[in-house]
Design a protein around this ligand. Structure first.
Ligand code: 2AM
Ligand code: CA
Ligand code: CA
Ligand code: CA
Length: 271
């Protein structure tokens, strides 16, 4: 079976696994701080996905948030970049508004992106060069918009972070409005769907953005760091994704802020 079809079946099966597993008891632990949570369901879902890929494709590389592939330092062959639950806080508190995110690369080139909104059942998926879909419906190319008449989304944490908050605050003032849903993958999926014009985050890991970046790119959208640099898949990055017009408008907020540029250089590529 070809990889794309396999991936679509796998993400649906992993979604069914989560929906079943979340009806039972599970442990909730904190990671880097008391608001950074991980549950048994995050770990078990990653293992579910890891095992299924390994059974089928013995030579594929798999990078996941919950412990798989941290030693991978090249993109040779097929590399899967997996977030088993994006939006763990939503999973724990809301029991909805979380996603599974998968990006697949062949020799470092985007091959396919998949994001499953687990409780809604919406699957966003794209194979490079073949269009992007929500379930069986083809998505239309992303339309250019201006910030002043757009909804954009970010993580509200960056609005209160000294040293970097200034451009984020100015964007809140200048946009029609800003949303903060708590799942970066779903916020990028919204850009693909056209319900949001851009999503911007100061720091994301590859598993948060790999799937979404491939889907957005398939629809003519642009994804770079907040300073307009090319994304590095194996590193932690800032990210700005959206239609080309709002992308060039937003990147200027960050490029014009020397304090931001200085902190961005210190915080990125180091971890
Ligand atoms: P997660 O739920 O998989 O951890 C919340 O605004 C978004 O940021 C989610 O996509 C969440 O992914 C992600 N996130 C949470 N903690 C993070 C961290 N320390 N660094 C980067 N992204 C994080
Ligand atoms: Ca996490
Ligand atoms: Ca995530
Ligand atoms: Ca996660």
């Amino acid at each position: 079976m070809e990889i794309y079809l396999f991936a679509k079946n796998l993400i649906q099966d992993a979604g069914a696994f989560i929906r079943e597993r979340m009806t039972e008891n599970y442990n909730i632990d904190s990671k880097s701080n008391r608001n950074d949570l991980v549950t048994d369901v995050d770990r078990e879902t990653e293992t579910f996905i890891y095992n299924r890929i390994g059974e089928k494709f013995k030579d594929h590389q798999i990078i996941g948030e919950e412990g798989h592939g941290f030693d991978i330092d090249d993109m040779k062959g097929v590399t899967w970049v997996v977030d088993p639950i994006d939006g763990t806080l939503n999973f724990v508190h809301q029991h909805e508004n979380f996603a599974i995110s998968i990006g697949i690369f062949i020799d470092g080139e985007p091959y396919a992106g998949l994001i499953l909104d687990v409780m809604k059942g919406d699957l966003y998926h794209a194979r490079h060069g073949e269009g992007a879909y929500i379930n069986d419906t083809q998505l239309t190319d992303i339309k250019d918009t201006e910030l002043k008449s757009s909804l954009v989304s970010t993580n509200s944490n960056w609005l209160v972070k000294d040293g970097i908050k200034k451009p984020f605050i100015q964007i809140v003032k200048d946009a029609r409005s800003v949303r903060s849903y708590g799942s970066a993958a779903l916020e990028i999926a919204n850009v693909a769907k056209g319900t949001s014009s851009a999503a911007l985050f100061y720091r994301l890991h590859s598993w948060d953005f790999a799937g979404g970046m491939i889907i957005v790119s398939e629809l003519g959208g642009l994804t770079t760091t907040l300073l307009g640099e090319e994304m590095r898949i194996l590193e932690t990055n800032s990210i700005l994704t959206g239609n080309k017009k709002i992308h060039s408008e937003l990147v200027q907020y960050f490029k014009d802020d020397d304090e931001f540029i200085e902190n961005h250089a210190r915080f990125h590529g180091l971890d």
